[in-house]
Design a protein around this ligand. Structure first.
Ligand code: ATP
Length: 535
C-alpha cells in the first residue's frame, strides 16, 4: 500500500467532501438545512460500516480469541431494545451522573462543552482562525498588530470580544495562544462565535428523552439508550438461564446509541446518534485483572487487523481521578485523527467495571443476580480451602470487563487511515487504500468497449461474481475514468474484458494501489479474488 499519511491541515475537509461526493456519508436532513450531530450513511458508507461490523462480530462472537487460560472463550450475541425501563438508568447511575459541563455565551447564547473549550476554539472558530493567521499562530503578538486586528477584523468577526469595546491590549509576555486569547477577552474564555464572555460551567445530562405511551407524562418518560451495555446487564440472567454458557463468558452487541452531545463535531467522530460495538465479559472476581489485561491486548490486535498502522494507535491509561464512577481501571485505545494530530483521540475504551452494574441492577430490581460457580467450588475443595471460605468464594456477583468501541468512529478511522492524495497520480489524485476485506465494492467489472461482444461477457462475469462479492458493472466512459471512479471509493480490483478475452478466456485484473495489471483466466477469477480479499 502507498504510504502517504493523512496529516495535512485540510485533509479532513477533503475526506468529508469525498464522502459526500461519492455517497459514503451525508448530512442528515440536508434538504431542510441539516440537523447538527446527525449523519446518514449512503450506499457506500453502509457497505463499509457493515463490513467493519461483520468483522467485529466474527472476531468477537463467532471466533473469539483463545483465552489466557488456553480455553475456548464462551461468547454469545444479543440485540436488546434501545428503550429500556427507566429504572435501568437510575441503577446504572446515568440519570444522576451522565453529564458533561457546558458553558453558555452571555451575549449570543451559543452553548459549548466546557472541558473541550480550547479544542473547539481551534477547530471551529472563524475569528480565532483569522487571529492565528494574523499573528503567525500566536508568535507575532506586539500591541500594534493586535490593535490593528481588533479594530479591523475582530470588529466584524468577533463583535462581542472585550478588546473590541475598549481597543487596548496588553500582549502576553511570551508566545502563548491561551494567554493571547485571555488578553483579548479580559481574562475570560470568549465565545467561539461572537467573542462574548462565557458563563460558568453547568452540568448538562446527555440522555435523550422520549415518551412511551399515549400521554407525555412523567410516568411515560423513557430514555434512548446512551450505551448498548445496559441492555446486556439486564439480559445477563436470561442468557445464563437459556444457553449453555458458564462464567467466564461474554455477551456482545452492536447497535445505535444516543447522546445529546453539547458540541457534536469533527464530522462523524462525535455525533448525537451513533453505533457502538460493545462486549461485557462476566468473570470471577479473582480473575478479573487477568481478563482485563487479556482484552486490552486483544482489542489492540484487532484494530491492527483492519489495516490501521501501529504508529497511529496507542493506549492511554485513565488516571484514578478520571475513572468513571463504576470503574476500577480503564484504558482507552486512541487513534491519531487528522484533527487531533500530533495528538490522539479516543476510539475504544476497555473498562474493568467490577461488579458495579450487576450489583446495582440486583438492588434496584430485587432480582438475584449472583452466580454459583460449581467448578470453583470443586477446585477450592480440592485445594483444601476451609468449607466456610469455599462457600463464600464460590457464590459471587461476576466482575465485568468491557471493551466498548464506536462503529461509526471506526468508519471514520478507516476513512482517515486509507485516504491518499498523491500529486500527479494517473486518473485521480485522491483514492482510498482500504484493505480489500473492508472495501465497500470488491471489484469493478468493465467491458473495454461497449460493443464487439465484450459487454455480454463482462455482464456474465459480473452476474457470477456478485454471488460472492459486492461488485459493480460499468460499461460507460473511458477505461481510465472508470478506474479513477473505482480508486476514489477504494475498490481494490478492476476486471476488464478486452479483445483477448474473447479468444483466450482471460481478463485483465488491475490492482488499485500499485495500478499493476495481470491476466487471470475467467474460471480462476473467483478463487483469485477470494484469496486476495481474505488475506
Ligand atoms: P468520549 O470521551 O469521546 O465522549 P466516552 O468515553 O464517553 O467517549 P464511551 O462511553 O466509553 O465513550 O463509549 C464507547 C465508545 O463509543 C467510544 O470509545 C467511542 O468510540 C464511541 N462514542 C462515544 N460517544 C460517541 C459519540 N458521541 N459519537 C460517536 N461515537 C461515540
Amino acid at each position: 500500500m502507498s504510504d502517504a499519511p493523512a496529516t495535512t491541515a485540510n485533509v479532513m475537509e477533503q475526506i468529508v467532501s469525498l464522502c459526500k461526493r461519492r455517497g459514503f456519508v451525508y448530512q442528515a436532513s440536508e434538504i431542510y438545512g441539516g440537523l447538527r450531530g446527525f449523519w446518514d450513511y449512503g450506499p457506500l458508507g453502509v457497505l463499509l460500516k457493515n463490513n467493519i461490523r461483520d468483522w467485529w462480530w466474527r472476531n468477537m462472537v463467532e471466533c473469539p480469541p483463545i483465552g489466557p487460560d488456553g480455553k475456548i472463550v464462551d461468547m454469545v450475541g444479543l440485540d436488546s431494545s434501545i428503550i429500556q425501563h427507566p429504572k435501568t438508568w437510575e441503577a446504572s447511575g446515568h440519570t444522576a451522573t451522565f453529564a458533561d459541563p457546558m458553558r453558555k455565551c452571555v451575549k449570543c447564547g451559543h452553548i459549548l462543552r466546557a472541558d473541550h473549550y480550547w479544542d473547539i476554539l481551534a477547530t471551529q472558530s472563524k475569528w480565532f482562525a483569522d487571529l492565528m493567521t494574523t499573528t503567525d499562530n500566536g508568535t507575532k503578538t506586539d500591541a500594534d498588530t493586535l490593535i490593528r486586528w481588533v479594530k479591523n477584523k475582530a470588529r466584524k468577526s468577533a463583535p462581542n470580544l472585550a478588546a473590541v469595546s475598549h481597543p487596548t491590549v496588553t500582549p502576553p509576555l511570551a508566545p502563548d495562544v491561551q494567554a493571547l486569547v485571555h488578553a483579548l477577552a479580559d481574562g475570560n474564555e470568549p465565545c467561539i462565535l461572537c467573542g462574548g464572555p462565557l458563563g460558568t460551567p453547568e452540568q448538562f445530562n446527555l440522555m435523550m428523552i422520549s415518551y412511551a405511551g399515549l400521554q407525555q407524562t412523567a410516568e411515560n418518560l423513557v430514555y434512548l439508550r446512551p450505551e448498548t451495555a445496559q441492555g446486556i446487564f439486564l439480559d445477563y440472567k436470561n442468557v445464563l438461564d437459556t444457553t449453555r454458557v458458564k462464567v467466564p463468558f461474554g455477551v456482545a452487541q452492536v447497535g445505535k446509541s444516543f447522546r445529546n452531545e453539547v458540541t457534536p463535531r469533527n464530522f462523524i467522530f462525535r455525533s448525537r446518534e451513533f453505533e457502538q460495538m460493545e462486549m461485557e465479559f462476566f468473570c470471577p472476581p479473582d480473575d478479573a485483572l487477568m481478563w482485563y489485561d487479556f482484552w486490552r491486548n486483544e482489542r489492540m490486535k484487532w484494530w491492527l487487523t483492519l489495516g490501521v498502522k501501529a504508529e497511529n494507535l496507542k493506549f492511554r491509561e485513565h488516571a484514578q481521578d478520571e475513572l468513571s464512577h463504576y470503574s476500577k481501571a480503564t484504558v482507552d485505545i486512541e487513534y491519531k485523527y487528522p484533527f487531533t494530530a500530533p495528538d490522539f483521540g479516543e476510539l475504544e475504551g476497555i473498562a474493568h467495571r467490577g461488579s458495579f452494574d450487576l450489583t446495582q441492577h440486583q438492588t434496584h430490581s430485587g432480582q438475584k443476580l449472583d452466580y454459583f460457580d460449581q467448578e470453583l467450588q470443586l477446585k477450592l475443595k480440592a485445594e483444601g480451602v476451609p468449607d466456610d471460605q469455599v462457600k463464600a468464594r464460590s457464590r459471587y456477583i461476576p466482575n465485568v470487563i468491557e471493551p466498548a468501541s464506536g462503529l461509526t468512529r471506526a468508519v471514520l478511522v478507516l476513512l482517515c487511515e486509507s485516504y491518499r492524495h498523491e500529486k500527479g497520480r494517473q486518473g485521480t489524485e485522491e483514492y482510498l487504500s482500504i484493505k480489500p476485506r473492508f472495501a465497500p465494492i470488491k471489484a469493478g467489472i468493465f467491458p473495454l468497449v461497449n460493443k464487439e461482444g465484450m459487454p455480454e461477457v463482462a455482464e456474465k462475469i459480473y452476474l457470477d461474481l456478485r454471488q460472492s462479492f459486492t461488485c459493480e458493472y460499468d460499461p460507460k466512459q473511458s477505461i481510465g475514468k472508470r478506474y479513477a471512479r473505482m480508486d476514489e471509493v477504494g475498490t481494490p480490483y478492476c476486471i476488464t474484458v478486452d479483445g483477448d478475452t474473447l479468444t483466450g478466456q482471460t481478463v485483465t485484473v488491475r490492482e488499485r494501489d500499485t495500478m499493476s495489471q495481470e491476466r487471470v483466466s475467467i474460471d480462476k477469477l473467483k478463487l483469485f479474488l477470494t484469496d486476495k480479499i481474505n488475506s
